[in-house]
Design a protein around this ligand. Sequence first.
Ligand SMILES: *Cc1c(COP(=O)(O)O)cnc(C)c1O
Length: 398
Amino acid sequence: MRAVMETYKRLGIAPTSGKGSWLFDDEGNRYLDFIAGIATNSLGHGHPALVEAIKEQAEILIHCSNLYEIPIQAEVAQMLTQATDFDKVFFCNSGTESVEAAIKLARKHAHTNYGPEKHEILSFSKSFHGRTYGGLSATGQPALQEGFGPMLGGFVHAPFGDLEAAKDLVGPQTAAVIVEPIQGESGVRVPPAGFLQGLRDLCDEHSALLIFDEVQTGAGRTGHLYAYQGAGVVPDALTSAKGLGGGVPVGAMLAKEEYAALGPGNHGSTFGGNPLAMAAVRAVLGVVDDPGFLEEVRVKGTILKSALGKVAEQVPGAEVRGEGLLIGVELGPEVAPRVFERCLESGLLVNLIGGSVIRLAPPLTVSRSEIRYALDFFRSCVSAVTCVQDESEIALSA
Ligand SMILES: *Cc1c(COP(=O)(O)O)cnc(C)c1O
């Protein structure tokens, strides 16, 4: 690893292969993967449909320039628009790129229709929108921006969940409001009831675009193909990546026809929407975009969340948040890091956020018995840390 730039503080494990919800290293250890590359391995590891799709496409055509028509790109765009409220898709390669595309779309739309003054982007505290300058400028975490200034001009931030504060900051100058329907990176934070609808109304009032950053919540993660479909608030544009390709790098920005302001020469990406990535997305959607599959994600999420709620009762002030298979367990700075350490030692892969929240995001294909297994691990890790000998039954509705 010495030659790799140290942009990550890495944990001391090195998985080299995977199957389903499990990862394996070269020393004979196995890990139950309840973080799935941070909501990225949506179909788990080595899913036959995804593996076959990639193999097959690799033999036919890996890359083809956007100088030409790409039939499989058109097909996948059609799949996405049919499954959502959007009409147009721009493909890229990552979450942050999908956010860049959405910001450019919003500014271009505002510029064309209302003039250059209308360019401000409102986002929220504790948000995460990526590491490139547009996404980073929108990100509401000063610690991530520290040392990289100046950020882009025209970005303002309001406290997440505070509709009144948002009202004060949105006006004729606002091109767009960008928000995660559930904040992932800052600890799986769910907005208060009415917040997203309030933003919808605010954007309508001031002719600003409402953009949902669904890089983490999308591709079935919350038990809906996109979280907005569960929230009942339809944005004007949406960003998607992480789980969309099941591990193959791909991003997408979806928009309604009337806001699809990007034309030839306005934006682009060499790799964006290439046949290999499109084959992966087609395979993922083939599995995930299915009412029965999404229903099962919701059921599994409910089982996991309610059982975690019981476990968390051992810890004063604990809270379990999230939807579907995106769950955060707030355990506080005393307990969370120790529980996290123990999970890692016992072979359960979860993720520690901000030193106080444990995030769980297993593959969407996780089985109910794997969920029970993970809960057994997690329960004993929490018990060991809190030294509570309470062996009370954790009721599983499975
Ligand atoms: C992960 C994430 C991003 C950035 O995605 P990358 O693929 O790492 O660039 C942006 N927005 C949200 C909500 C995310 O969770």
